[in-house]
Design a protein around this ligand. Structure first.
Ligand code: PGA
Length: 301
């Protein structure tokens, strides 16, 4: 039996199914609502079965609708992959570059991205900086070319490429009494008032692990959701903290913060590019990753 349907009809049907609304699909696809409706009706006619049922105010897919939706998603993804492959055949570093990063990476990643784009001006970067939980969600949903994080989630089938050192250091206000001490014992540091990042933060987890290996548990005096907020609170004398050295340049240079000489610090960690195992990066993403690795090798340790 010959069935005639168009790619456009599949695209529109997929949008309606995903968004659960003709109106929202029309908005997304920059068409009018009746135009979307007509195309979906034509698809149903061509297939010879209803694909969508209105139940109350909800749009639900019929069984045929589910099958067509799965096929539509496949086709659309294959075509997106084809567009990328054609870009590569064109052998140009250009087009979209999607990267997500944990908040601590916001200090260096935009700078590196800026330099990369100056070399490859036809690249269209999209950088998402968000908390670790969202970055892991994006990683598992394959939303980006790769993500940048310190602590890598386990266990998972992931490809992890370390590209730069990430030193975590113990810090206090420059006027803090410990700032003048040498070889401070970890127990002594643990007994201070600690300002911690939110639970689940890679920085916080790494510090907790160090304390735990020495049989210590630190109850945060205060929990703050960003490195910036912690730095301000440390400068204000509210407590001590553990932060990525890369995020402290300004405060150390202006001597508002001091790095403490605490046993076990600095903690040597790495910044990693991470993507799902088995995924092959496109030319643009691979070139950016090579650039990050080269820059990482040059960065002072
Ligand atoms: P964070 O991440 O910004 O969540 O602390 C740093 C890391 O992943 O090590």
């Amino acid at each position: 039996m010959e069935r005639r349907w168009s790619l456009q009809q599949l695209r529109l049907f997929e949008a309606v199914a995903r968004l659960g609304s003709y109106t929202r699909a029309a908005e997304e696809q920059h068409l009018s609502q009746p135009a979307v409706h007509i195309q979906v009706k034509r698809l149903e006619t061509a297939i010879g079965q209803p694909l969508i049922q209105a139940v109350g105010r909800k749009l639900l897919l019929t069984r045929a609708g589910d099958a067509v939706h799965a096929a539509a998603v496949d086709v659309i993804n294959r075509l997106a992959g084809l567009a990328e492959a054609l870009h590569e055949i064109d052998a140009r570093v250009a087009g979209p570059l999607k990267v997500a990063a944990v908040t601590s990476a916001q200090v260096f990643l935009p700078q590196l991205l800026g330099r990369f784009v100056r070399t490859y001006p036809d690249v269209q970067p999209q950088l998402t900086v968000t908390n670790r939980e969202r970055v892991i969600q994006r990683l598992l949903a394959n939303d980006d070319d790769f993500v940048v994080m310190g602590q890598v989630p386990t266990p998972s089938d992931l490809t992890v490429i370390p590209f730069m050192d990430n030193r975590l250091v113990a810090v206090a206000a420059a006027s803090h009494p410990l700032a003048r001490h040498k070889r401070i014992r970890l127990e002594r540091f643990a007994a201070e008032r600690h300002l911690a990042r939110e639970p689940g933060s890679g920085t916080r987890t790494a510090a907790e692990k160090l304390f735990a290996t020495h049989g210590l548990t630190v109850q945060p005096y205060m929990t703050l959701g960003s490195n910036e907020a912690i730095k301000q609170a440390v400068v204000a004398g509210l407590g001590v903290s553990v932060l990525s050295q890369g995020s402290l340049e300004l405060e150390l240079a202006t001597q508002r913060l001091a790095m403490l000489d605490v046993q076990g610090f600095p903690l040597h960690r790495t910044w990693n590019a991470v993507h799902l195992g088995g995924k092959r990066l496109g030319l643009t993403a691979q070139t950016f990753l090579d650039f990050l690795t080269a820059e990482g090798a040059r960065a002072p340790t």
